[in-house]
Design a binder for this molecule. Sequence first.
Ligand SMILES: [Zn+2]
Length: 598
Amino acid sequence: MPEFNAGAMENAGAVTIRDQYVFRSKVTDAAYETRAETILHELAHMWFGDLVTMEWWNDLWLNESFATYTSIACQAYAPGSKWPHSWTTFANSMKTWAYRQDQLPSTHPIMADIRDLDDVLVNFDGITYAKGASVLKQLVAYVGMDAFFQGVQEYFKAHAFGNTRLSDLLGALEKTSGRDLKTWSKKWLETAGINILRPEITLAADGTVASFHVRQEAPALPSGATGEPVLRPHRIAIGCYDLQDGKLVRTDRIELDVDGELTAVPFPAGTRRPDVVLLNDDDLSYAKVRLDEESLKVVTAHLGDFTESLPRALCWASAWDMTRDGELPTRDYLALVLSGIGKESDIGVVQSLHRQVKLALSMYAAPAWRETGMARWADAALEQLRAAAPGSDHQLAWARAFTAAARSGAHLDLVQGLLDGRETVQGLVIDTDLRWSLLGRLAATGRADEQAIAAELERDRTSAGEQHAASARAARPTAEAKAAAWAAVVEADTLPNAVQEAVIGGFQQYDQEELLAPYTAKYFAAVKGVWDTRSHEMASQIAIGLFPTLHISPETLETTDAWLASAEPSAALRRLVVESRAGVERALKARAADAAAG
Ligand SMILES: [Zn+2]
């Protein structure tokens, strides 16, 4: 479906899928994996959603979490699957999304309180899809996989073509597993936030392990979030890893129930401590995990040396989480990524790291150091691009990362040369979509004008071409280009949704803060009127996409607070603005942490 504003929709007998999933240029295997996951997700809805439907929207997560969980489980376990490492992708994308959403002021229990249809629309969020699916994965670990699927089958037999609520599913699972799920459900589904798990290991005089505990902390709920911070029951695995011939190999795995504040780990007394102790190995539970000092030292030097992709993804995620929390300065995060990314074989993880480094450098780096960090990243990206195997997914991913990072004259000359065909990288095909990436970067840095954009559109007269051209025009670093983009989106109301999205994406450029500064006031003057007069889909693109996310200053917080106090926005609009405000607040903290490390 052209311009479909979701990934896909599970209409019984006529699943609709967005047109971007028909690939027209080379994409990496991560894109095929995502597309397969979407198809499986809609297929899963034939049961959860279509055959059995929730009674009311507060159980929406039952549809979405189940569809997400089973589609990834199918990729992981189906014989002959092309993506047996799909839990790595899950850890690295879905969970990161869930953790981010669950730390916003708007966080809510998975079982949401749904008052009206506005509530429903903003609730298709990271809690409903990603946290819900993570908690479902935890539920499977808690009751056991066989009991889980037996219970689900009973549930479908009993309720086919009917409506249900959560208790119907939990009742079926209690019967097949024999475990009490009332307390579990109360703690996991009716409360918000993420617990932190930390290992506490003491050594005896001879260097062997004297005691080993897991300490659980209640979620630090952001101000404005409702609910009580709780400790939860977690079914987790603990991975013990040792360095063997330069590789981090799992030498032991302990699975146990963690409950309450302190849980003793059955670790054989008198045994040497492993080089790395990884809590929540295999990613069974949903928790922020910290490494103890010894493990952190080894991981910092050897993150790329885990033989399996999932523990690497968990350590990458932990480092990213610490960066977002200001516990790891952005410059140290960049150093960690640079030391390990060259050994990362999982293309989805590599691409996530690209996005996270870009975000960290533009939002979380101390302004005084940012240029240095960006130059270092651009140099490294070019080095990786040149070193990647010709024609490989890694080569394509690094070509895109380098293009996005290019800032110096020499780097932008190379971008221009690749587009013109004067420069080549062996095996790298400059196809339609890659041409647009190159041109988009040249437009954003003032090297491609309207004529160049129009010429490119002439080569690619498709709806995707129209969107790329609109984005490139909005990205140009001139006051006129910004004014035209703003007028097209905010003042007129005539753009198709995909074009509007493209213009917004081009408008916000991290190295154009000065040009964008006047738009903070314009945003707050306009957003309520936009919200009240446009459809939910169009208005939320604008409310989220044009918020002054890149204007990271105490002044942005003050302006936002003044607007919140006086504008009387609807609950849904208030929520979107409060979420964006939290992003600026977090960036200010992370910048301070990075500056302190300088
Ligand atoms: Zn769905």
